[in-house]
Design a binder for this molecule. Structure first.
Ligand SMILES: NC(=O)c1ccc[n+]([C@@H]2O[C@H](COP(=O)([O-])OP(=O)(O)OC[C@H]3O[C@@H](n4cnc5c(N)ncnc54)[C@H](OP(=O)(O)O)[C@@H]3O)[C@@H](O)[C@H]2O)c1
Length: 243
């Protein structure tokens, strides 16, 4: 079995995922660049390698069972184990997302990627993660999924826009993460949720105020937690985010 630290980042061809891959690569880790499009994945791997990262491409559409299974097989062949999985890939689902106007198909599509995709990929990778000495799973969520913020007095400032597919998909992802943390109690696997803040990426038409590198910082922190670190928690750069 390889002694290198191996990470997989889903949706790593651009945005925050790309910078998570770059940040983990800067630690000297070998990083699988999970991406569904061949050309976008190839370009990202080339950029990362040119920057000195030990990066390799992992074809991965998180909505596709066969793709997740093939990705796990590729990592098994390449490295024999997986130390860190960052479930970063997500979509907003576009508009409209006012609850009274939404197309139910939008909800299904967003849930398939943002929630079921995470479960699909995590479970495909679980046998490889169990072979690691210090497995970490980081689920990239958003504070817009915080029910506390959406129902609190400052919600107009802190809860993001009304988005009945995207925001609840992150609430669901947070709840799913807690279920994993409970099942995995007593194992060495730590699983947490991170919010990157409001980052300028394709996801929001580059309206965010933080850089993708700043957004990646919380994922890198949660990917490198010590063995006695937290599990089943929700963090951003400022600390614990209320559920
Ligand atoms: N940007 C923000 O302000 C912000 C705030 C809070 C949370 N987040 C979260 O941070 C994470 C990264 O977001 P981002 O802003 O970097 O978004 P982004 O620039 O739109 O990147 C999203 C990534 O996910 C990939 N993806 C989407 N569907 C996929 C699928 N079915 N299979 C595989 N990959 C798929 C995209 O690949 P393609 O290039 O092929 O589409 C892309 O690589 C997401 O979980 C997002 O919800 C972002």
């Amino acid at each position: 079995m390889s002694e290198r630290t191996i990470a997989l980042v889903t949706g790593a061809n651009k945005g925050i995922g790309y910078e998570i891959a770059a940040g983990l690569g800067a630690l000297g880790w070998s990083v699988g660049v999970g991406a569904r499009d061949d050309q976008r994945r190839k370009t990202a791997v080339e950029r990362l390698c040119a920057a000195g990262v030990d990066a390799f491409g992992v074809p991965l559409d998180v909505t596709d069972d066969a793709s997740a299974t093939a990705a796990a097989r590729l990592i098994e062949d390449q490295a024999g184990h997986l130390d860190v999985l960052v479930n970063n890939a997500a979509i907003t689902g576009g508009t409209p997302q006012e609850p009274t106007r939404v197309d139910p198909a939008t909800i299904r599509t967003v849930m398939e990627t943002n929630v079921i995709g995470v479960i699909r990929v995590t479970n495909a990778m679980m046998p490889l993660l169990r072979r690691s000495a210090s497995p970490r799973i980081v689920n990239m969520s958003s504070s817009v999924g915080s029910l506390a913020r959406q129902s609190g007095p400052a919600r107009e400032q802190t809860a993001g826009p009304v988005a009945v597919a995207y925001a609840p998909s992150k609430t669901f992802l947070n709840a799913v993460t807690l279920q994993y943390a409970r099942e995995l109690t007593g194992t060495n696997i730590l699983i947490n949720v991170g919010c990157p803040g409001y980052v300028a990426t394709d996801l929001n038409g580059f309206r965010g105020v933080r850089t993708p590198e700043q957004g990646a910082a919380i994922a890198i922190k949660l990917a490198t937690l010590p063995d006695d670190g937290p599990t089943g928690q929700f963090f951003d750069d400022a600390g614990v985010v209320p559920w």
